[in-house]
Design a protein around this ligand. Structure first.
Ligand code: RIB
Ligand code: CA
Length: 313
């Protein structure tokens, strides 16, 4: 691969409002090739996630991107019902549809494996939902998975605790066995967790301005305004969109590698990311790269720059 080749990215998502922001960004960046978007059970089920991705990609003018769908947990352990943080549709009140209910999708894991086997080129897996599909890909398709150069995950936390329980972040809690399997796989893994997740915020002032007259800018504006309405505060947090920006712009974040595992038991702590911050300890725990700090303003301006960039006709 030449130095100028675009970065190859597979996005695995439980497509809701902030995953849709990630999609808007990923389809705008010229230095990136979005190979597929695969649905996973999360804040909506994996079929609905696929339909949401299809509608968002259509609205963004990228209906050609392959889409997969899958439901079910990594090892069949029952988990609590999804937390519908963005309402039953995952998109709040934003209407990008209607979904093409007659459309069927290939299985998410099979689609990822097929692309990796076909191209045999280094590819980054960006996960903005639970890690069910990622773990299944590593377990069921080890040959294909060896082309993954990094798994970049929105999930977990170092010191920020959880958002669904006191200890656990949603994407990890939804399928802790899957997350721990990903940690244990011998593939470089980055966690963009709750320590930084809500820091990149588009201000209320910015949201009050008229968006550029492009489908991408208009859709992003709608998504952001909905996020601001659902989570009132200083404006709209970029959420998974911020993870996508940091993936492509590592200089906007600081990372530290720590030994880490996922808590699989625990009366109050199932789904917690247990991070060993003692120097040179951790025994045989895998080392995970955690995003420890971000440049929130830099992330927001890069996001807006790409969202508002005029695409070549
Ligand atoms: O905990 C935040 C995560 O849960 C985000 O990825 C959001 O989209 C939901 O999946
Ligand atoms: Ca998500």
């Amino acid at each position: 691969m030449s130095a100028s080749s675009p970065r190859r990215v597979l996005l695995d998502a439980d497509t809701g409002l902030d995953d849709a922001l990630a999609l808007a960004y990923l389809t705008a960046v010229p230095e990136l090739e979005l190979l597929a978007v695969t649905g996973v059970d999360g804040c909506v089920d994996g079929i609905r996630a696929a339909h949401n991705s299809a509608m968002v990609l259509q609205a963004l003018g990228h209906p050609e991107v392959p889409i997969g769908a899958a439901t079910g947990q990594y090892d069949g352990i029952a988990t609590p019902p999804p937390v519908q943080a963005f309402g039953p549709s995952g998109m709040g009140e934003v209407v990008v549809g209607p979904p093409d209910e007659a459309r069927s999708f290939p299985d998410s894991v099979e689609l990822m494996a097929r692309i990796l086997d076909r191209d045999r080129l280094p590819t980054t897996l960006l996960c903005t939902g639970p890690l069910t599909n990622a773990a299944k890909l590593l377990r069921d398709h080890p040959g294909a998975a060896r082309w993954i150069d990094r798994i970049f995950v929105m999930g977990g936390s170092i010191a920020a605790g959880g958002n669904v329980t006191a200890a656990a972040e949603f994407n990890i809690l939804r399928d802790p066995e899957a997350a721990d399997a990903v940690f244990l796989a011998d593939i470089p893994t980055t966690l963009y967790g709750l320590d930084v997740f809500v820091q990149p915020v588009i201000s209320t002032d910015e949201l009050g301005t008229r968006p550029d007259d492009s489908p991408r800018a208009r859709l992003s504006h709608l998504l952001l305004r909905e996020l601001a309405a659902l989570f009132p505060g200083r404006g709209a947090f970029l959420g998974d969109g911020g993870a996508a920006v940091v993936l492509m712009n590592p200089e906007l974040a600081s990372k530290t590698s720590y030994p880490a595992r996922v808590e699989l038991e625990g009366t109050h702590t199932r789904g917690a990311t247990v991070v060993d911050r003692r120097d040179s300890q951790g025994g045989d725990w895998p080392r995970i790269d955690f995003v420890t700090a971000v440049d929130p303003d830099g992330i927001v301006s890069e996001f807006l720059r790409q969202i508002n960039r005029k695409e070549a006709p």
